[in-house]
Design a protein around this ligand. Structure first.
Ligand code: NPW
Ligand code: ADP
Length: 293
């Protein structure tokens, strides 16, 4: 067990996990399924899907409502798309056991459908990233979500989503410290991971990743790694896609979250000012080259 939080670095083991063997085929690199919202709400899933493909998932499919199929299909090429209406459609699609990593939330909306999709996705116990609306949807009934989560899930809230899902923990985090040591973002993320029973990645300039046993890492985008251009619409959607892609490739939830957060910052540093979310996946090849992947 790792009790001490570690500042993330690109270790040889992490780098090796990103390399692809010469003698395997695309299904050996996994197949990520990313759910999209309806018409006019497909951008976030497309950003995430591009991230998942660029980080090395062998195949990436966007599952979207029939009504959004033309919009999605008209804007993706290497990424595949499948019509999928509601939780029954998802259950049917998940009969394909090669779909080994799921991402739900970006652009999904806050309706009843989102809750049903999340619960259906979680029932199969597949590696699953929950972000954005898949978290906010449960702000009034977090216990429903916690009861369904399992150990290969990853929650990726920003501070606002975190406070919706873990209001008591957020209150402690934001309370003024009257006695030391103060309750930190690391304490908060660890407590949230223990409560949820899965990995939690709490975003921000300093992103903290924790698992239920207390293992913890920090991706600090500060000082020489400051990347304020990441505060742009959709950059979190790309991060969720990076994590889903690495899950598809077989990384553990903790390693997928930690490695993705580190690469996300590297992509922003490599691109520099003027960055928009679309640029992040496109920057991965030069980041990989610099790492010798
Ligand atoms: N290209 C696309 O298709 C994109 C699609 N997207 C998709 O849109 C959907 C809704 O996304 P969203 O951004 O409107 O919802 P959300 O982030 O909950 O903000 C609502 C309120 O929460 C707060 N808040 C926000 N951030 C915070 C923080 N870090 N820390 C603290 N508080 C924070 C803030 O409230 P305030 O602080 O202003 O009171 C804000 O007004 C979602 O599905 C997403 O995937 C986006 O990803 C963009 C690109
Ligand atoms: N000032 C900052 N410096 C470094 N990274 C940041 C900063 N602000 C936000 N980020 C990162 O950008 C991403 C924003 O994600 P999120 O808030 O979910 O936005 P969106 O919903 O638009 O995708 C997160 O990965 C977060 O860690």
């Amino acid at each position: 067990m790792f009790r001490d939080p570690m500042t993330l670095e690109m270790t040889a083991a992490r780098r090796d996990a990103l390399c692809k063997s010469p003698d395997v085929h695309k299904y050996d690199h996994g197949h990520a399924l990313i759910l999209s919202g309806g018409p006019g709400k497909t951008g976030a899933a497309r950003l995430a899907a591009r991230g998942a493909l660029r980080i090395g998932a062998g195949l990436v499919t966007i599952g979207c409502p029939h009504t959004a199929l033309a919009e999605v299909a008209g804007q993706v090429t290497a990424i595949m798309c499948r019509p999928l209406d509601g939780a029954p459609g998802l259950t049917e699609l998940l009969e394909d056991t090669r779909l080994n990593a799921l991402l739900l939330g970006p652009g999904l909306g806050l309706g009843q459908d989102t809750q049903a999709l999340v619960l259906s996705a979680l029932s199969g116990k597949r590696a699953t990233v929950l972000d954005a609306d898949a978290l906010s949807r449960f702000s009034r009934n977090p216990e429903t979500l916690f009861d369904a989560l399992h150990e290969t899930c990853i929650l990726t809230p920003h501070a606002g989503e975190f406070a919706r899902l873990f209001p008591d923990i957020a209150e402690k985090l934001h309370a003024p410290a009257t006695t030391g040591p103060a309750y930190s973002k690391i304490d908060a993320t660890r407590e949230a991971a223990a409560q949820a029973g899965c990995v939690v990645l709490l975003k921000g300039p300093d992103t903290v990743i924790a698992d239920p046993k207390g293992r913890c890492a920090i991706n600090a985008s500060v000082y020489d790694r400051a990347a304020p251009w990441l505060a742009t619409a959709g950059s979190g959607d790309v991060l969720a896609g990076f994590i889903a892609g690495l899950l598809a490739r077989g990384l553990t939830p903790f390693d997928a979250a930690a490695t993705a957060a580190w690469l996300h910052t590297e992509c922003a540093l490599s691109f520099g000012p003027g960055l928009i979310a679309e640029d992040l996946p496109e920057e991965l090849p030069s980041v990989f080259r610099a790492l010798g992947v």
